[in-house]
Write a protein that binds this ligand. Structure first.
Ligand code: ADP
Length: 634
């Protein structure tokens, strides 16, 4: 029979398996059992809508058979099976979602982390059989198929596939174990106790019975008590306790077990940052096992990412991703909810309106909130890690739904600030506000370094106030949506009236602006429509000019909005050119106004260009500005 070739990346993985120096070869069993269990889940699911497909609940099983003479391990399940096409597609390619990361780490990645780690990171599924076998056969019959099909491979040189007989729906995987070497004793996997131990260790909570014939010994009937004779006999035993991990009493489960469960179930190569085990009693009883990942999945901030928790009804999976259990702003949480109060056959549409489900969702949300608060309070380092991964999502959460979730989320967000080179929460900021400080000051910009250089920032800091540095596009939108934190209003130092000067200073500035109104108007007209007005300010410290915004759209928001695709999105902040009334440039401008208006016009344009650059905005007409500067030099 002609051999078919594996897809390239599958072949690479397979090569790694075959030549594996990975020490945890034993995981092959866990992988095959979990495939078998998934397959039974699928059959069970299908039977919910088509009763011809299913078996009686107590007939589902995974069976392990060991044959010492033939040196084989057989793993049989009566799950959904695979058609010829599925065998070809599923076993000829890497199907698992981790393959993306796998590729990434192969291409750009850290070569020091080479194969060994990769195997550890993603239980590599079916291919792990090749760590212990030199030949693998898979005989399977799909639901609805007339006959079976056999896939067979001795490794990277390819596989064969052909129809064959199989009486019932399901899959049999037969591993032909490799010969023992000095370092590796593959034959240990033919010992029933070794296999029993592996099932207990890795697959104890699999919901279907994993059965094997175990050799037991008993006293031979009829032999005298004082001279007993023993005989061995075989007994069919269920090796796993079938109690789902989350149903076990919290104290009985080790952290590593939760971590391993998470990594396998949610395909993460890193351990979770936090495990939350919630048991709720009372009106709605349920158990939740939730995980906060330590990093954002590669597709987290894209449309492809789907939020949701697995939903179980008394230990039986009824929905893979129940969206209604998580609000969008906590979409990063992975995990499951198991409740005996939910009906097994509830449809998706009904579920949405289900009161129990709503109550569960609410309680889960509260729990996540309280765990995050605790983490923020007691484990700052991990919280900051969490925030680096998912903080943007929380800020989106504040911005969306018209700020409805402000109360829930406002204490979870953080910003860098002028006070120290660390993240601060709003609570911390307000807690250390100066007595006379009326507002929470912030300044948006592309980077902390750029913001630090903004003239207005410098001036607010020089008055002894702390400024929050907003470096993400969403930041300012979120704060604007919040409007206040507690009693305190937010104030963009580049946009709003800072209210940091005394009444007298305000008065004198007003007079200054009025007496120079003609000149300021002339300057504005020289610059053109790009600025709405030119005025004096007395809040700047060293800088001659700055640009501030007026109205609803700030300079930072203009930048953020214009990054979005689509010409029609072009929005413009209404800009005001502010001139430092205490800077020598002011006297110069006044002098030019009476002596050389042409020059003043040029100066105005240059000052405006100067202010744009400081604000991180592009020049509209760089060559004209360049020429003007050059003219002045001559
Ligand atoms: P994963 O389980 O992560 O998807 P595997 O390489 O272990 O990756 O398996 C690939 C696919 O082959 C599975 O997704 C499943 O569709 C199919 N498969 C594997 N084992 C079985 C089985 N015992 N019964 C039915 N389908 C199976």
């Amino acid at each position: 029979m002609a051999k078919k070739q594996f897809k390239t990346e599958s072949k690479k993985l397979l090569d790694m398996m075959i030549n594996s120096i990975y020490t945890h070869k034993e995981i092959f069993l866990r992988e095959l059992i979990s495939n078998a269990s998934d397959a039974i889940d699928k059959r069970y699911f299908a039977s919910l809508t088509d009763t011809n497909i299913g078996l009686a609940n107590d007939q589902y099983e995974i069976r392990i058979e060991l044959n010492k003479d033939a040196k084989t391990i057989k793993i049989t399940d009566n799950g959904c099976g695979m058609s010829m096409e599925e065998l070809e597609n599923n076993l000829g390619t890497i199907a698992r979602s981790g393959s993306f990361d796998f590729k990434a780490s192969q291409e750009g990645g850290d070569s020091a982390k080479a194969p060994v780690d990769i195997i550890g990171q993603f239980g590599v599924g079916f291919y792990s059989s090749f760590m212990v076998s030199d030949r693998v056969e898979v005989v399977s019959r799909a639901i609805g198929a007339e006959e079976g099909c056999k896939w067979e491979s001795s490794g990277a040189d390819g596989y064969t596939i052909a129809p064959c007989e199989k009486d019932d729906v399901g899959t049999v995987v037969t591993l032909h174990l490799k010969d023992d070497t000095d370092d590796e004793k593959y034959s240990e996997y033919l010992e029933p106790y070794r296999i029993q131990g592996l099932v207990k260790k890795y697959s104890d909570y699999i919901r279907y019975p994993i059965r094997m014939m175990m050799e037991r010994s008993r006293k031979k009937e009829g032999t005298p008590d004082d001279k007993p004779e023993y005989e061995t006999y075989l007994e069919d035993e269920t090796l796993n306790s079938m109690v789902p991990l989350w149903k076990k009493p919290a104290g009985e489960v080790k952290d590593e077990e939760f971590n391993r469960f998470y990594q396998e179930k949610f395909y993460d190569y890193q351990e979770p940052l936090k495990v939350i085990h919630q048991k709720a009693e009372g009106a709605t009883e349920f158990t939740a096992l939730l995980f906060i990942p330590s990093h954002a999945p590669y597709n987290y901030y894209t449309k492809e990412y789907e939020k949701g928790l697995q939903l179980y009804s008394s230990g039986v999976l009824i929905m893979e991703k129940c969206k209604d259990l998580l609000p969008d702003y906590f979409s990063f949480v992975h995990g499951l909810v198991d409740s005996s109060d939910l009906s097994l056959n509830i449809s998706r549409e009904m579920l949405q309106h289900d009161r129990q489900l709503k109550a569960i969702a609410k309680s889960v949300e509260k729990k996540i909130s309280s765990e995050l608060s605790k983490m923020l309070e007691n484990d700052r380092e991990n919280y900051e890690k969490f925030f680096a991964a998912f903080g943007t999502q929380l800020k989106y959460g504040i911005y969306t739904d018209y700020g409805m979730h402000k109360e829930t989320l406002q204490d979870f967000i953080m910003f860098k600030s002028s006070a120290e080179d660390k993240l601060v929460t709003l609570k911390e900021y307000v807690g250390r506000m100066k007595e006379d400080q009326k507002k929470i000051y912030y300044a948006p910009g592309d980077t902390v370094d750029q913001i630090k250089l903004l003239p207005q920032v410098e001036s607010v800091i020089s008055h002894g106030y702390e400024v929050l540095y907003l470096t993400e596009d969403i930041d300012e939108f979120a704060l604007q949506m919040m409007r206040t934190y507690g009693e305190k209003e937010f104030s963009n130092v580049c946009q709003d009236d800072l209210d940091i000067t005394t009444e007298e200073e305000k008065q004198s500035l007003k007079e200054e602006n009025e007496s120079s109104a003609d000149m300021l108007k002339f300057m504005q007209e020289s610059i053109g429509d790009a600025v709405r007005s030119v005025k004096f300010t007395n809040t700047l410290k060293n800088h001659p000019v700055c640009l501030s915004g007026e109205g609803a759209i700030s300079v930072g928001m203009e930048k953020a909005l214009n990054k979005m695709p689509g010409e029609e999105n072009q929005v413009k902040a209404e800009l005001v050119l502010e001139i430092n009334a205490n800077h020598p440039i002011t006297a110069k401008l006044k002098e030019l106004y009476s002596e050389d208006k042409d020059k003043l016009a040029k100066y105005s344009k240059i000052l405006y260009a100067n202010a744009r650059l400081i604000s991180g905005l592009k020049l509209e007409n760089p060559s004209e500005v360049g020429d003007m500067i050059c003219d002045l030099m001559l």
